[in-house]
Design a protein around this ligand. Structure first.
Ligand SMILES: O=C(CO)COP(=O)(O)O
Length: 249
C-alpha cells in the first residue's frame, strides 16, 4: 500500500512569522494517516525542521543543485538541505524549468543528488496549455518521465508530481477524467520501465489549484496518492481540510 502524501510548496512565500502555520497544522493533525510535508523557502528550513521535530509534519526543500559542493553561487546542495533537517526535496518544478531553463537531464541529476543525500525526490512533470490543446499531453509527460526520473528511483526515494502548468495558480483544474488519464499513464510508464512491484510503490501526486473544495474529488481519482499544493498550503486553515480529505480518502 502506498502511504498518501499531502505536500505543500510555499514557493517564494513566507518569512519567520509564517512558521506559526506549521504549529497550527500539527495541532489540527497530530496523528494523520497520511504523510504531511511542507516545503518552505530555503532560509526557513532549519527553523521549520526544529519546530516540527517529533511531530508528523516533515519539511522539504524546493530545489537542490546536482553537485555536492562547488562554485555555484546561490545554490544549495541536497546534503545541505538534509543537514538543515529536510527529508524531501522538490525537483523539476515547472517554475524552475521555466525560470532557470532546467532540462530533464538536469532535473534527473538533481533527483540523483537528492537520493544520494537520503532525501525523497519529488520530481515534477506537466504539460503547458499549448501542449494540452495540441493533444501532446501524454507524449510530453512520457518524455519528461524518461528524462527526469533516474534509474535508481524506488517508492522509498521518489515521488512523481503531475502538475499541468496551466492549472498552477490559475484556479483551473483538469477534469477528473483528464487527471486519471495522466496518472494511469504515469503508472504504466513507470511499470514498463521498473516493473509492476517497484512502480506500484511510487506515489503519484496531483498539483495545480488544489483547494479544500476540490481535494476530496481529486483524491478519489485512480492513481492519485496525494497532492502537491501551492497557494492553499500557505495557511493551515486551507491546508488542514486538504489533509483531512486525504486522510479520509
Ligand atoms: O505549483 C504548485 C505546487 O507545486 C501548485 O500551485 P497552486 O496550488 O497554487 O496552483
Amino acid at each position: 500500500m502506498r502511504r498518501k502524501l499531502a505536500a505543500g510548496n510555499w514557493k517564494m512565500n513566507g518569512t519567520g512569522a509564517a512558521l506559526s502555520e506549521l504549529s497550527a497544522l500539527i495541532a489540527v493533525h497530530p496523528h494523520p494517516s497520511c504523510e504531511m510535508l511542507i516545503c518552505p523557502p530555503a532560509p526557513l528550513i532549519h527553523r521549520a525542521a526544529a519546530l516540527v521535530q517529533g511531530s508528523a509534519l516533515a519539511i522539504g526543500g524546493q530545489d537542490c543543485h546536482a553537485n555536492e559542493t562547488g562554485a555555484h553561487t546561490g545554490d544549495v546542495s541536497a546534503a545541505m538541505l538534509a543537514e538543515a533537517g529536510a527529508t524531501h526535496v522538490i525537483v523539476g518544478h515547472s517554475e524552475r524549468r521555466e525560470d532557470h531553463g532546467e532540462s530533464d537531464a538536469q532535473v534527473c541529476a538533481k533527483a540523483q543528488a537528492a537520493i544520494a543525500a537520503d532525501l525523497v525526490a519529488i520530481i515534477c512533470v506537466g504539460e503547458s496549455l499549448a501542449q494540452r490543446e495540441g493533444g501532446q499531453t501524454l507524449q510530453v509527460i512520457g518524455a519528461q518521465l524518461a528524462g527526469s526520473v533516474p534509474e535508481q528511483a524506488t517508492g522509498a526515494n521518489t515521488v512523481i508530481a503531475y502538475e499541468p502548468i496551466w492549472a498552477i495558480g490559475t484556479g483551473k483544474v483538469p477534469t477528473l477524467a483528464e487527471i486519471a488519464e495522466v496518472h494511469d499513464f504515469i503508472r504504466a510508464e513507470l511499470t514498463a520501465r521498473f516493473g509492476a512491484e517497484r512502480a506500484g510503490a511510487v506515489r503519484l501526486l496531483y498539483g495545480g489549484s488544489v483547494k479544500p473544495s476540490n481535494a476530496a474529488e481529486i483524491f478519489a481519482v485512480s492513481n492519485v496518492d496525494g497532492a502537491l499544493v501551492g497557494g492553499a498550503s500557505l495557511k493551515a486553515t486551507d491546508f488542514s481540510p486538504i489533509v483531512a480529505a486525504l486522510n479520509a480518502a
